[in-house]
Design a protein around this ligand. Structure first.
Ligand SMILES: Cc1ncc(COP(=O)(O)O)c(C=O)c1O
Length: 385
């Protein structure tokens, strides 16, 4: 398979931009947009019949998707996105004053806000375990979480792949530590499908949420929630509808009129992923991004957020800017890279530092990263000016 520029026409991506941010929203290839359009056309040909006949088709797509992530269809539901799935779990559980919910300081912003809401409405205390600025190995993440568990901890919310640092967390080990103490675990795998070889049942979290619209290239709006096979408090969708109380799949599969075409296109996305190389493409993307990020970090006299084996198809490097580590500085770096150098890559302010996160997908090649270090230097000099 010839990757890089040769493959790029499969996507609509603007050829004038070096697109180094597959991570934020994915990018859906033309053929999957066409597959989605076919579902939409069928829906509009006869809306009433389409909705009446929808459930078997939806369950068929869910079965293929569940198999791919390593779980069973009856414990798997589609949702709009990872945020919706996390809201479903967090807002279905009951907490009270004296309870603690533990996460880490790498937690995704929207999840942090959902946790704040749950804390504010239930009285539960939200605790963020700080991770070292430069993580040396997966064990450090597991230990940071373990040392913050106590008799009040009811739930741990942990990333599979963290958004700001791009680090893969040792979720099996974290789940194991928590289960031995009877603490529930919700894994946020928004970035995992398509970056790592995923086996949800082997991880054995109580709830695992993820997306097909990022690294699996499905149309936007294809998230999922998988529930472990054991007695657990029931989880309801963020919108209560006709099938309230009738079980996971009944409740989530119908929450009112909406466009299910992204979900119905997931089987095509699974086939597309295999067609462009599956596991070997993931290994290729990993090698590309780690090498590119390391050489940019070397040029800048900086370092990556962790060791190579903790990255999938994204890697984050620290920016030695001297500028304040604020949202505004990060935005100026992003905008400067895009406007002056046509490079699309997210800069983030976190842990009192500025970072740049790079992605590699099938359409990227080494040349896409060649100008990043020099462009960053130029943008950073304007920040100090
Ligand atoms: C770790 C993590 N969790 C959750 C999300 C939210 O995903 P979505 O926008 O699909 O809800 C993201 C998005 O980037 C993420 O990185």
């Amino acid at each position: 398979m010839e990757y890089g520029t040769a493959l790029r026409p499969l996507w609509r991506l603007d050829p004038a931009v070096r697109f180094l941010n597959h991570g934020s929203y994915g990018a859906t290839p033309r053929e999957l947009l066409q597959a989605q359009q076919i579902w939409r056309d069928r829906m509009e040909d006869q809306p009433v019949r389409f909705m009446a006949d929808l459930m078997p088709k939806l369950r068929e797509a869910a079965a293929a998707a569940a198999r791919f992530v390593g779980t069973s269809p009856e414990r798997f539901v589609f949702v709009e996105n990872a945020t919706a799935a996390i809201n479903s779990v967090l807002r279905s559980l009951s907490f009270g004053p004296g309870d603690e919910i533990l996460t880490t300081d790498h937690v995704y912003g929207a999840v942090r806000q959902t946790l704040r809401h749950v804390g504010a409405t239930t009285g539960a205390r939200i605790v963020e375990a700080p991770l070292p600025l430069r993580v040396r190995g997966p064990g450090e993440v597991a230990r940071a979480i373990e040392t913050h568990l106590n008799a009040r901890t009811r739930l741990v919310v942990v990333d599979h792949i963290a958004s700001p640092s791009a680090l893969i967390f040792p979720v099996e080990e974290i789940v194991d530590v928590c289960r031995r103490r009877n603490i529930l675990v919700l894994v946020d795998g928004a970035h995992a499908p398509g970056q790592v070889d995923l086996d949800v049942d082997a991880i054995d979290a109580d709830w695992y949420v993820g997306n097909f619209h990022k690294w699996m290239c499905a149309p936007k709006g294809a998230g999922f929630l998988a529930v472990a096979q054991r007695e657990l408090p029931p989880v309801h969708p963020p919108v209560i509808s006709h099938f309230y109380g009738q079980g996971l799949t009944a409740e989530f599969d119908w929450i009112g009129t909406r466009d299910p075409s992204a979900w119905l296109t997931v089987p095509d996305a699974l086939a597309f992923h295999e067609k462009i190389g599956g596991a070997s493409m993931r290994a290729r993307n990993h090698a590309l991004v780690v090498q590119a990020a390391q050489s940019i970090a070397d040029e800048l006299g900086s370092a990556l957020s962790g060791p190579p084996e903790m990255f999938g198809s994204m890697a984050t490097l620290r920016l030695p800017t001297g500028a304040p580590a604020t949202f505004e500085s990060a935005l100026r770096i992003h905008d400067g890279l895009l406007q002056d150098f046509a490079i699309e890559a997210p800069a983030v302010a976190f842990q009192n530092a500025l970072w740049l996160r790079l992605s590699a997908f099938a359409y990227n090649e080494p040349g896409d990263y060649a100008e990043v270090a020099a462009s960053l230097r130029a943008v950073q000099s304007t920040l100090r000016a």
